[in-house]
Design a protein around this ligand. Structure first.
Ligand SMILES: N[C@@H](CCC(=O)N[C@@H](CS)C(=O)NCC(=O)O)C(=O)O
Length: 203
């Protein structure tokens, strides 16, 4: 591993790893992905993320950084091109607040209000920012989960601004080129669901 500048321990369908990849791509940083089998975690992952034992982990000159939001902020601080955090400290704090909020809560209603209030194209303004990246999972992953589980959460009639945001987000070349196809995600989540149902039936 030594000597390689940027490596990403990731997993094919991990939204958290994809967030990091989107930011690396947006900034034009060269990197190598090391694919993890999460059913049989490698000594490398256990060694570099001994606390959570999860992907993603970014290795920069061999130094490990874990947790997608921490990694994204590190990347933004280290490579200044195409910033995804605002420069102003107050705006940075506000964006961090929202990023934490959407990580922890079902935030669709509040986010709809934010988009409507600012009449913004993206949460970051004309270009995507960290909040767009954090929310990116609802564009493809949520749709796949909805299809696999036969339910609907993101109703574009109820959340029209978010609906438009999703359309714009998935059209961005960097997102389109670096996201798993939905037709691969749906069977993945279907299998996940079947395993969950089977283990619940045994209890
Ligand atoms: N809070 C973490 C979440 C990372 C996470 O949940 N990663 C999943 C893959 S999507 C994982 O590695 N799961 C393995 C496990 O839970 O053992 C982040 O933002 O990076």
């Amino acid at each position: 591993m030594e000597g390689q500048e940027v490596k990403l321990l990731g997993a094919r369908f991990s939204i958290f790893a994809h967030r990091v990849e989107w930011v690396l791509k947006l900034k034009g940083i060269e990197y190598e992905v090391v694919e993890e089998d999460l059913t049989n975690k490698s000594p490398l992952l256990l060694n570099y993320n001994p606390i959570y034992k999860k992907v993603p982990v970014l290795l920069h000159h061999g130094n490990p950084i874990a947790e997608s939001l921490v990694i994204i902020e590190y990347i933004d601080d280290t490579w200044k091109q195409n910033p995804i955090f605002p420069q102003d400290p107050y705006e940075r704090a506000t964006v961090r607040f929202w990023a934490k909020f959407v990580e922890e809560k079902d935030a669709l209603q509040a986010l709809e209000g934010e988009l409507m209030k600012g009449k913004k194209k993206f949460f970051g303004g004309d270009m995507i920012g960290v909040l767009d990246i954090v929310l990116g999972w609802i564009t493809i992953w949520l749709g796949a989960v909805e299809e696999a589980a036969c339910f609907k959460v993101l109703d574009p009639c109820k959340y029209p601004c978010i609906g438009k945001w999703v359309e714009r987000f998935v059209e961005l070349p960097v997102i389109r080129a670096n996201s798993p196809p939905k037709d691969q995600l749906v069977p993945f989540f279907q299998k996940f669901r079947e395993l969950g149902l089977a283990s619940a039936a045994k209890k």
